[in-house]
Design a protein around this ligand. Structure first.
Ligand code: ZN
Length: 228
């Protein structure tokens, strides 16, 4: 075989791999889909498989990959790299958060309700992805029971500050492990913010000349700076 011939075969093969991978890189909303059809190689196939996105959209909106046996390799590859760049942490890496009860500093949208510490909070997957990126900050979706169940996106720093028994003071104590690398910097920043509050809190609670009410106002102001 001539070198040119081999080169041509290789180029065709690589193009085919890249095309298939491009087709399958992202999951899509699997509604009104063709039966017996592989969305990776764009061919009819009697045997197709279904893999849900590992997220709220995967579970409740059917975001998925649909593929044939030949394309499985591309889906496995896509599944491995896809979550490195998503705006949320995949469910099976964040579901450990369901094991705890939380408190957080709640500023209600209802202005007649004074800010207060909401206790007995938890994570409920039905309300959405637990941890999301939000303009270079980390937002967590916390739920609690009032008359009905309520939920709210709050900065992770807020949750860290009021739940040190779970989160500790440093990133190496963060309960979720093996996170995609981009989350490390974001989460460390949340620790830094909550540690600034901690220092401020310590200073304000030391004997000072300020009356308690004024100290509370200062702390509240500092806290509010980091609300979304
Ligand atoms: Zn296929």
């Amino acid at each position: 075989m001539s070198n040119n011939f081999i080169k041509e075969i290789l180029i065709t093969l690589i193009n085919k791999i890249l095309d298939s991978y491009e087709n399958i890189k992202y999951p899509f909303r699997a509604v009104m889909i063709k039966a017996n059809y592989c969305y990776c190689c764009d061919k009819n196939n009697n045997e197709t498989f279904f893999l849900r996105e590992n997220s709220f959209s995967g579970n409740f909106k059917n975001n998925s990959w649909i593929y044939c046996k030949d394309c499985e390799i591309y889906v496995n590859l896509a599944n491995k790299y896809y979550y490195n760049n998503t705006k949320y942490i995949q469910y099976d890496k964040s579901n450990l958060l369901e094991n705890f009860n939380y408190s957080f500093y709640r500023v209600s949208s209802n202005v007649t309700v004074k800010p207060y510490i909401q206790k007995k909070c938890y994570f409920n997957f039905r309300n959405g992805d637990y941890i999301k990126e939000y303009f270079n900050r980390v937002s967590v979706l916390i739920s609690w029971k009032s008359y009905n169940e309520l939920c709210k996106n709050i900065p992770l720093s807020n949750l860290i500050f009021y739940n040190r028994q779970i989160f500790g003071y440093k990133f190496n104590k963060f309960p979720l492990k093996d996170l995609p690398i981009k989350w490390h910097k974001l989460i460390i920043n949340e620790y830094n913010i909550s540690n600034e509050w901690y220092i401020l809190h310590l200073i304000l609670n030391k004997k000072t000349y300020f009356p308690k009410e004024i100290l509370n106002i200062i702390f509240r102001f500092w806290n509010d700076l980091y609300q979304f």
